[in-house]
Unconditional design. Structure first.
Length: 329
């Protein structure tokens, strides 16, 4: 069965995926556009339910690797409250021509726009941390299934109905091409990319891309949301890539000290020095938000950690008092 159909005198293109027909009108303005393609509002034919249809640009669609990976990712039935769920994949022909990636429609806004809406709020930092933790939950889920996003950035994180956070663009990101092809040959989004994404192939091998790659990019994103600036952005792409490779993040007074320490660890240049799991990053954020313990709490914690020392000290003190009393008598 043909999976993409366009009928005479009908503006809609019909897409068959996962046993159902969907449609969209390419003459309508897209919901959004990016380097990889345009996203349109589509519909499930049987009930009119809205979906998102991404038409991948031909320059990418005719790349064999991208076709294979996009097809593979679109077939994954991920179900998580902080992920956009895929619907399916369509193509005119198996080897070339347009690719259509279908996903559930999300009503919301990019996380950077969401954050600007509470710029003056006293709990702004806590709200941003909560959103980042939701992304980390999603990353933990996909990482546990062997998938690396590879293009974490604000425009790929959406806040649905002002509350629920969803990680976007999983269907293409795994091929390390969800951003732009750069003039230097780098594939991705330089302002957020981890150093290992920029290391060229040597002796047939490339740097390992793993969970820490996404953790690095989310660390940069976290910094940007807290400060309203990308710390790695430069006037030229080459300068940005060089900065990512060599320069650590600068401190910023807008970021609480303990959170800055967390972000620095997440964005270490060496992969082995970063948090190794998304949940490690999340737990560090939550710990950084905890209030400083009181003197009584610190003393109590110390005593619990050194209970034997405290017992011996108490016994020694009692003996000393006893000896003094004996001598006085």
């Amino acid at each position: 069965m043909q999976t993409v159909v366009q009928r005479p005198n009908d503006p809609y293109i019909y897409l068959y995926a996962m046993g159902e027909w969907y449609c969209y009108n390419p003459q309508e303005p897209p919901l959004g556009s990016g380097a990889m393609g345009d996203v349109y509002c589509g519909y499930r034919c049987k009930n009119g339910e809205m979906i998102a249809v991404k038409k991948v640009k031909d320059a990418f669609a005719n790349n064999k690797m991208i076709r294979e990976r996009a097809r593979q990712e679109a077939s994954l039935a991920f179900r998580h409250p902080n992920l956009v769920e895929m619907v399916g994949y369509c193509e005119y022909a198996r080897e070339s021509g347009p690719i259509f990636i279908l996903s559930h429609y999300v009503q919301g806004e990019d996380i950077d726009k969401y954050v600007k809406r509470f710029a003056g709020s006293p709990n702004r930092v806590e709200k941003i941390c909560s959103a980042i933790c939701a992304v980390l939950d999603a990353l933990d889920y996909v990482h546990s299934r062997g998938v690396i996003h590879r293009d974490i950035k604000p425009s790929n994180i959406m806040v649905e109905n002002g509350s629920n956070v969803r990680l976007m663009d999983l269907g293409i990101a795994r091929v390390n091409a969800a951003g732009k092809f750069s003039s230097t040959g780098f594939i991705g989004t330089p302002e957020y990319a981890a150093p290992e994404q920029m290391i060229p192939e040597q002796n047939g091998q490339t740097a390992p891309i793993n969970a820490t790659t996404d953790i690095y990019a989310l660390g940069i994103t976290f910094y940007e949301l807290l400060t309203d600036r990308n710390p790695m952005s430069c006037d030229t792409e080459t300068a940005t890539l060089t900065k990512q490779m060599k320069e650590p993040l600068p401190g910023d007074a807008k970021i609480p000290c303990k959170l800055m320490q967390v972000i620095w660890k997440a964005t270490e240049k060496e992969q082995s020095k970063r948090y190794q799991r998304a949940l490690d990053f999340k737990n560090a954020i939550l710990a950084a938000l905890m209030p400083e313990p009181s003197l009584f709490e610190r003393v109590s914690d110390w005593m619990q950690e050194h209970v034997l020392m405290v017992v011996f000290a108490a016994i020694a003190l009692a003996l000393l008092v006893f000896i003094i009393l004996i001598l006085l008598i």
